[in-house]
Design a protein around this ligand. Structure first.
Ligand code: KIV
Length: 272
């Protein structure tokens, strides 16, 4: 059970360590623009992820692969402008850190300098260790991401649960430990068995944030548009919808349209 909640006026990577140490769960959601970033922050979410899921959610791409560094920086700087309390973490998009560690550092520096965000996240384990180390040496906080890593979708072939087999589970536990040892401030674990995620969270002192990874981790992350019910085509088991925002939006917008057509808008109080 979580202990009583301490109030934090600004969330830092240190705050997150403290939350884990105190048994307080960490809330994390994505945002990609100023207005929703501001609302998510006002709602008291601890970490806002400017995820490369912007590629799906904002641009309508099938995968996260097409989004560019410039586009991520645009989304991130819009979010940062509206945020007062949350820690803002930005995904390094596909193709901006895999080639070598110098390129990874250059990409991370651009994100930090041009968006004003507080940290970066990147996908992968041992294959990106050198890149993570180089980014960390430059003083940029890094969050890892293991399990289902959507930038590798064409290697996996599907979005099914990862690390169900013993060998992959063992490797995941080793890589979680490695990410802690080299200095990451946290790790996202996506779509892996709940027991394994719990085991991973217990094995390290940095926070483990789960998405489709059960309750035994240190916090949860969801894609904002999914949990608000804006896209009913995406329905994984782990997703809880807190609103049917698609229906509310369609109702309001079609009411506006019919008001315009029936001369019901604007009325005499809505003009000069
Ligand atoms: O891009 C994203 O939204 C993410 C979350 C699913 C963790 O990486």
């Amino acid at each position: 059970m979580s202990k009583a909640k301490k109030t934090y006026s600004r969330i830092t990577t240190k705050t997150l360590q403290e939350m884990k140490a105190n048994g307080e769960k960490i809330s994390m959601l994505t945002a990609y623009d100023y207005t929703l970033g501001m609302l998510v922050d006002q709602a008291g979410i601890d970490v806002i992820l400017v995820g490369d899921s912007a590629s799906n959610v904002m641009a309508g791409h099938e995968t996260t692969l097409p989004i560019t560094l410039d586009q991520m920086i645009y989304h991130a700087s819009s979010v940062v402008t509206g945020v007062k309390r949350a820690l803002v973490v930005v995904d390094l998009p596909f193709g901006t850190y895999q080639a070598d560690s110098k390129e990874a550092l250059r990409s991370a520096i651009r994100i930090m300098k041009e968006s004003g965000a507080h940290a970066v996240k990147l996908e992968g384990g041992v294959e990106v260790k050198e890149s993570i180390e180089r980014i960390l040496r430059a003083g940029i906080p890094v969050m890892g991401h293991l399990g289902l890593t959507p930038q590798s979708i064409y290697k996996f072939g599907s979005y099914t649960v990862r690390a169900k087999e013993e060998q992959e589970a063992k490797q995941l536990l080793e890589e979680v430990k490695m990410l802690e040892t080299i200095g990451c401030f946290g790790v996202v674990l996506e779509k892996i068995p709940a027991t394994l995620a719990g085991q991973a969270a217990k094995s390290i002192s940095i926070p483990v944030i789960g998405i489709g990874a059960g309750p035994e981790v240190d916090g949860q992350v969801l894609v904002l548009h999914d949990m608000l019910g804006m896209n009913k085509e995406f329905s994984p088991r782990f997703l809880r919808r807190y609103l049917d925002l698609d229906q509310l939006l369609i109702k309001a917008i079609s009411q506006y349209s019919s008001d315009v057509k029936s001369l019901n808008f604007p009325n005499k109080d809505e003009q000069y």
